[in-house]
Design a protein around this ligand. Sequence first.
Ligand code: SF4
Ligand code: SF4
Ligand code: SF4
Length: 285
Amino acid sequence: MRKNVFRFLSALRLTLGVLALLALTATFLDFTGTVAGWFPWLRGVQFMPAVLAGSALALAVLLVVTLLFGRVYCSVLCPLGVLQDLVRLVTFGRWRDRKFKAKPGGPLRSAIQGWTRLGFLFAFAGGGFLGLHFAWLDPYAIYGRFVSFCLAPLVKASRHADSLAAWADGAEGSFTRVVEVVVPASGFILVAAGVVAFIAAFAAWRGRSWCNTVCPVGTILGALAKFAWFRPNIVADSCVSCRACERICRAHCIHIDAKAIDHTKCVSCFDCSAVCPKGAIKWKR
Ligand code: SF4
Ligand code: SF4
Ligand code: SF4
């Protein structure tokens, strides 16, 4: 495929991701239940809620999509993933990776990262099994708590909750209804904001490193994405080792010296193909 096609796919992926992020945020801020009714499927396909609800259909969809196209969930549907991309876009992260050589890391770093991912996955699964509170590792819960604990009270304070409710009810006038918003204890607000601030700082510093070091959902999807039917591969004969792809990769999963891509970390964003001057990245099995 031509570079322009990949540029389009890259922009489309980000656009869809931002729309999904906005829609999910709106459902968390929806004090009337109206918006949630517009996108019922968007919450339904979130990985951990689907697991907890035992939704075989949603899990089957995620499984098939990942086996076909890689970690599309991470590039479009996960609010925390898209949030990290936006942070990287508006902070120094992308500039830094372009200016300096992004370091995908050698075998030792990859091994440490791999064991760390597995450790968090087992802590998450084991903790859940034992009833311990490891939900702070679930990306949907992290984002949901951030919006509900930190943003919802702000929206309420600005009185938009009342006007939204009035609008949803079809009421005349803006501030005819008073909506109750439960403000959590300050400790919860601080933790929710702190976790997201930490992940955002991590994203500015090293792109999707949270996704590929900590997130248990990413570890599970990465294990499936390794066998994806449509995934990027470097054609060694066409590659001129300019390293443009290595620098732009948000997942730091391209190893140009080895002409290899770690598909467990790739989040199918198309950025590498969009910058490759030689069309040396082919999407195939
Ligand atoms: S790895 Fe986790 S936090 Fe990152 S995009 Fe995927 S599900 Fe979301
Ligand atoms: S290798 Fe990196 S830049 Fe290319 S699609 Fe995967 S995550 Fe994106
Ligand atoms: S951008 Fe293309 S040519 Fe340059 S290093 Fe990457 S694969 Fe090779």
